[in-house]
Design a protein around this ligand. Sequence first.
Ligand SMILES: Cc1cc2nc3c(=O)[nH]c(=O)nc-3n(C[C@H](O)[C@H](O)[C@H](O)COP(=O)(O)OP(=O)(O)OC[C@H]3O[C@@H](n4cnc5c(N)ncnc54)[C@H](O)[C@@H]3O)c2cc1C
Length: 429
Amino acid sequence: MKHCIVIGGGIAGLASAAFLTKQKIKVTLLESSPKLGGRAYSFTDKKSNDIVDNGQHILMGCYSDTINFLKLIGADKNFIYQKRLKINFLKPGNELISLESISSLYPFNLLLALLKFNAISRRERLSIIKFILKLPFLSHQKLITKSVRDLLIQSNQSEDTISALWEVITVGALNTNIDKASALMFREILIKIFFNGNFASTIILPKYGLSESYVENAKNFIEANGGHINLSSPVKKLVISDDRLAEVKTTEVSYRNFDYVLSAIPYNTLAAIYPDLFNDEKIEFEYSTILNVHVWLKTNPLKDDFYGLISSPVHWIFNKNNSINLVISDADYLNDKSSEEVYKMCVDELIKYTEIKESDILNYKVLKEKRATFIPSNKIYYSRPSSKTKISNLFLAGDWTDTGLPSTIESAVKSGRIAAELVLVDSQM
Ligand SMILES: Cc1cc2nc3c(=O)[nH]c(=O)nc-3n(C[C@H](O)[C@H](O)[C@H](O)COP(=O)(O)OP(=O)(O)OC[C@H]3O[C@@H](n4cnc5c(N)ncnc54)[C@H](O)[C@@H]3O)c2cc1C
């Protein structure tokens, strides 16, 4: 039986370990921290005793690799699936505007949903539809140097359309603004959402905390299939001998008895423990913050699972019944603000957009994830490393590898699947 060491127990590492153990490859997973899940985990809040996510995670119907992974580990039942796209948007004054499609008549149902989206004028809605229909035919070459704003302006999207729809989609899907995000990446995600069947555009939310929703299933699956998971095992050094990876050293243990290593740790960590891997051509990933503000309420007037906020610094509100979770993406500008200052800003927005009053609030918690996602800029678009490396028994995974997707769960799972397939192909040679 071939043996693969998987380094990193985030989603990419867990996905690759699950795929490999399923194919009868012996896996030892080494994770530096005492918990699995990487950038997507949950914990118990001491004050409320509630399970809280480090950040709300949204999946979409177009996350095909993720859905397959969840099915494989038996975690698909831990998620709530929309039958058709429905997003409720709020404007100031508690004005509710729905973007809602019907279940049949794909793809016209999505176009009809946009036609009825009355946050903007009818003419602007028609210009959105025209833009979406043109997307598959836009020249790749012409978009290489363009930002999302360039693309939108060139495609006659008005300022109102940009702020009511495109900014919300860009910041939600790419965690950056329309000036920094690559037009190519934006086009690719829109094609995935709008041209891949009805289900692709729907939203999928975890029923429980992130750790309960998928980490526990992944751990159980890997162990049931003979894999070993070693927590608190930070890899410090990779030793190469005769162009092969010969030794993996953690602070405590040295591993020599393996056939393959699949690294699923962040780019900067890997570049630090093995600087020669990227031939000194250091890739300058830039990162972007996501802020989550959990607010516990005496009474909660919000009825739906989640809301998008139009023209607000707070992008989404997720409803957890006795609490709500406010999400601020592309939030680097708030990194220096204290929790109190962020909270006050959120309260102002809640008062402006909903019926919630300050006196309804029992407690709050601000969670800042400063390196939540990398920025999918034009510079990064072509420089992401692939899963294959110059070392024949070392493969790479992680949301930052060359999956063609933004920094998401889907990119992490896809990278894990691709790297595991490379190990399998090699093991059968
Ligand atoms: C607040 C927040 C909100 C987000 N929202 C969404 C969303 O709504 N939808 C979506 O799709 N995505 C979202 N994302 C992005 C998503 O969480 C990431 O893309 C995904 O989790 C990345 O997984 P990964 O396995 O590639 O990397 P990571 O999660 O970074 O995993 C890497 C793992 O490697 C471990 N490690 C590091 N160094 C070592 C070492 N030397 N030895 C051993 N182990 C090591 C780390 O501890 C970690 O567990 C969000 C992220 C954040 C932070």
